[in-house]
Design a protein around this ligand. Structure first.
Ligand SMILES: *Cc1c(COP(=O)(O)O)cnc(C)c1O
Length: 379
């Protein structure tokens, strides 16, 4: 019926002409790999995160793996995280030779439940990886109180949380390791890429080594390798995109809050009672509104697939789901995880759906999505 309207994706990057021209300049400059644009991007990020050292990488996944390596996490160590995240969050623990341990999530925030996290700590626990799903931080005071009490390192998976805040402080401007992703769907992007906020220059130097084959150079022709590094550096084309995005970050974040506000207004205070669905927490003041996720009313197996299909076929609207529970993937089942272990994550993982939310989304787009959702969920 409304299939004539243009396709509305759940996410869409915003790249302006000035940024496209800056990438062109890099391509013409003769230096296209890691160089001056990366230095400038790292300096800007560092300034944004209150002067803390920042290093860029070619993904938000390797930033977390490198943070774990810097923290000395390896075989025999346990790392606790949430089962509701992109699988990268748990994969990096295995990459380091450590053991992933999950703690169930909170039904309202959909983030790791810090009581359950604390209960999962053993003498082998060395680190925790909280995830700020949709850009909503966990209780950061409680998180760092737990880390201090049990002497644990924290690798914040803030992949979705650039622009988010806790008590007026930017996520990334405080804490231990903080990892961000600039993958295409994130609030700001470098097409692919990421950055890691570190505690001191010693860690930053180690991050540089892990980023590029463990190499240290000195003098005109001095070179040595003393740790096993990989190939994780960011090109200057990507950094040029990042510099263009940083100029717009405050504007993007403010716009997303407006879009979220309009969603809540259009769904109305009776939406949950009317449909049995669950809206996100109205976290104005902390969230950067990376995703706008609702939990569907449980109408049996296939509930979400049917909803997503109808959104696409009848309304030409794209949706997503973030995420399937990690512990139920074959590779994790093979490590001993099973159904029923994390019931809240399993329920949310089956019924969560991501509605459109992006930097240039209009009020009319929001109204179109709300009308479609109301139409499908009407009993
Ligand atoms: C995007 C994302 C990642 C991975 O980032 P990449 O840049 O794609 O490697 C990890 N965790 C979460 C929660 C994410 O949203």
């Amino acid at each position: 019926m409304t299939a004539e309207l243009p396709f509305l994706p759940f996410s869409r990057p915003t790249i302006d002409e000035e940024t496209i021209a800056a990438v062109g300049e890099v391509l013409r400059s003769g230096w296209i790999t890691t160089g001056p644009k990366n230095q400038a991007f790292e300096a800007q990020l560092s300034e944004y995160f209150g002067g803390r050292p920042v290093r860029t990488f070619n993904s938000g996944t390797c930033t977390m793996e490198i943070a774990l390596r810097i923290a000395g996490i390896g075989p025999g160590d346990e790392v606790i995280t949430t089962p509701i995240s992109w699988v990268a969050t748990a994969n990096v623990i295995i990459e380091c030779g450590a053991t992933p341990v999950f703690a169930d999530i909170d039904e309202r925030t959909r983030n790791i439940d810090l009581d359950k996290l604390e209960a999962a700590i053993t003498p082998r626990t060395k680190a925790i990886i909280p995830v700020y799903l949709s850009g909503l931080p966990v209780d950061m005071d409680r998180l760092y109180a737990i880390a201090a009490k049990y002497k644990l390192r924290v690798v914040e998976d803030a992949a979705q949380a650039i622009g988010s805040q806790w008590k007026g402080k930017r996520i990334g401007s405080f804490g231990d390791f903080v990892s961000f992703s600039f993958q295409a769907n994130k609030n700001i992007t470098t097409a692919e890429g990421g950055c890691l906020v570190l505690n001191n220059l010693e860690e930053a130097r180690l991050a540089e080594k892990y980023r590029l084959q463990g190499v240290t150079r000195s003098g005109m022709d001095g070179i040595d390798v003393d740790v096993l590094g990989g190939k994780y550096n960011m090109s200057d084309m990507m950094a040029a995109i990042g510099l263009g995005q940083m100029k717009r970050l405050a504007e993007f974040t403010a716009h997303r809050a407006k879009v979220a506000e309009h969603y809540f207004k259009c769904f109305g205070p009776d939406f949950e009672a009317r449909t049995g669905a669950q809206l996100p927490i109205q976290a104005f003041g902390t969230s950067n509104w990376h995703l706008f996720q609702i939990i569907l009313p449980d109408r049996g197996p296939g509930t979400r697939a049917e909803f997503m299909t109808r959104m696409q076929k009848e309304f030409n609207i794209g949706t997503g789901y973030h995420y399937a529970p990690i512990h139920l993937f074959t590779m994790y089942r093979e490590r001993g995880f099973k159904d029923g272990q994390f019931p809240v994550a399993e329920k949310i993982g089956r019924l969560t759906v991501t509605l459109p939310m992006f930097n240039t989304m209009t009020s009319a787009d929001v109204e179109r999505v709300v009308a479609a959702v109301n139409g499908i969920l009407a009993k």
